[in-house]
Write a protein that binds this ligand. Structure first.
Ligand SMILES: C[S@@+](CC[C@H](N)C(=O)[O-])C[C@H]1O[C@@H](n2cnc3c(N)ncnc32)[C@H](O)[C@@H]1O
Length: 255
């Protein structure tokens, strides 16, 4: 996607609003095309490369798409504004009910119908969410919860990996690999999730969503607990299988 600053549609709109032009249209900053300006990040270390070779070769190593990485063509798979909460998401929310408290900050990736925010906003300090879908974010913003902040953002993007501080107790994503394009972008996203965590924080997923692949998609994007664990190992995190359904990653020793 040349000529659009290589970002998702939501991000592109924001940027144009702020600067009035994309960087590749700005004579002061024009250094060629978008790919030159947005080099991939350096989250891919040798251990991840070895892990791809050993376990994830069924998925592409790098898709070379820094514009719409992991964005599915079919909106039907993405827009959950008015769809029911998935079973996996409900299981995560049941877990969170026991684990979070008034001081907790939640980060929700794939906000769907925003019912998580609706149910949890009176119980926690703050909820930040991201979705690729404008409709979902628009709907979330209508909720009126003063401590809920949904963003249109692609979780596999460079922009996402640099956008948020390390202030979250729970990073929730029940479909971390479902929409993925390549191992490189999966690693970028997981590294970003790791950075989002406060000391003692947890990344939370769930068996069904982790294993779910969209119709016609690459079956290797269906992960199991062993896959989750191998990625955690390279990130320097420890996994827990809470009840055979909810899986977490956390720092070895909560500080
Ligand atoms: C299957 S829906 C699940 C919604 C909700 N988590 C649930 O389980 O009820 C997938 C969610 O992920 C979002 N999504 C898909 N691809 C994404 C991406 N690349 N970055 C951020 N969100 C994405 C969709 O817009 C949608 O909110």
């Amino acid at each position: 996607m040349k000529g659009d600053c290589g970002e998702n549609p939501g991000a592109r709109r924001d940027r144009v609003e702020i600067t009035g032009m994309c960087r590749d249209q700005d004579p002061m900053q024009n250094r060629g095309n978008c790919e030159d300006q947005m080099p991939p990040t350096v989250d891919m270390n040798p251990s991840f490369l070895r892990l791809w070779r050993a376990r994830f070769q069924g998925a592409p190593l790098y898709c070379a798409n820094e514009g719409s990485e992991g964005v599915l063509a079919s909106e039907g798979w993405r827009d959950y504004t008015f769809r029911a909460t998935t079973v996996g998401q409900k299981r995560i929310e049941k877990y969170l009910l026991k684990e979070c408290g008034p001081g907790s900050n939640l980060f929700h990736v794939g906000i769907g119908n925003s019912l998580l925010a609706q149910d949890f906003h009176p119980r926690v300090s703050m909820i930040v969410g991201v979705s690729i879908e404008h409709n979902e974010v628009h709907h979330g913003l209508q909720s009126g919860a003063s401590n809920y902040f949904p963003f249109v953002m692609n979780k596999y993007s460079l922009q996402f990996s640099q956008a948020f501080s390390s202030d979250y107790d729970f990073v929730v994503d029940n479909n971390p690999s479902t929409f993925c394009c390549c191992f490189f972008h999966l690693v970028r996203m997981m590294t970003a999730y790791r950075r989002l965590m406060r000391n003692g924080g947890r990344i939370v997923t769930e068996r069904i969503g982790l294993g779910w692949v969209v119709k016609g998609g690459n079956p290797r994007w269906g992960f199991d607990f062993e896959d989750w664990g191998r990625i955690a190992e390279v990130l320097g995190l420890t996994t827990s299988n809470i009840n055979g359904e909810v899986y977490t990653m956390q720092h070895h020793q909560p500080v």
